[in-house]
Design a protein around this ligand. Structure first.
Ligand code: ZN
Length: 150
């Protein structure tokens, strides 16, 4: 008969001094499934030694920077145009900013949706995609310098 997860937890803790993840209380010889000190429920689980998250986070932050930049620039253009302070906004710049905003939103959605797939890829492929994302805010700045308002 298979042992319950509660039995496995008790067996695991019967041989080891393990601190409660919540309060640090030593759970050795635990008799129930909750920490006697803080009352938090406990379970035995499998966890990763190393999460393949750095490349994902670099990509996420880069896309977020591009999204933030284009959102702020779009807001500025809209606000300045409504107040009459931006009389002749460059049409190409406005189109590029709006396109950047839409592309950033789409990329953010895609990046979040492929997170599990990305973590299964080789480090080379993960970092290649993350590096491509880093290029986004750099291209945004180049765009601002090249055709932004003077
Ligand atoms: Zn505790």
């Amino acid at each position: 008969m298979p042992r319950s997860s509660n039995d496995l937890l008790k067996e695991f803790l019967s041989e080891r001094s393990t601190p409660c993840p919540s309060c640090g209380y030593d759970l050795r010889n635990l008799t129930g499934s909750s920490c006697p000190e803080c009352g938090q429920r406990l379970q035995l689980s499998v966890t990763l030694v190393y999460h393949n998250l750095p490349a994902y986070v670099v990509g996420l932050v880069s896309i977020g920077m591009s999204l933030g930049y284009s959102a702020i620039a779009s807001g500025f253009i809209l606000f300045a145009s409504l107040n009459g302070r931006l009389r002749n906004p460059s049409g190409a710049f406005v189109v590029c900013i709006v396109l950047t905003l839409l592309i950033s939103i789409a990329l953010l959605v895609v990046w979040i949706r492929i997170s599990h797939w990305l973590r299964r890829q080789s480090p080379f492929r993960r970092w290649t995609l993350a590096t491509a994302c880093v290029a986004l805010p750099i291209m945004d700045m180049a765009l601002l310098i090249a055709i932004g308002p003077r």
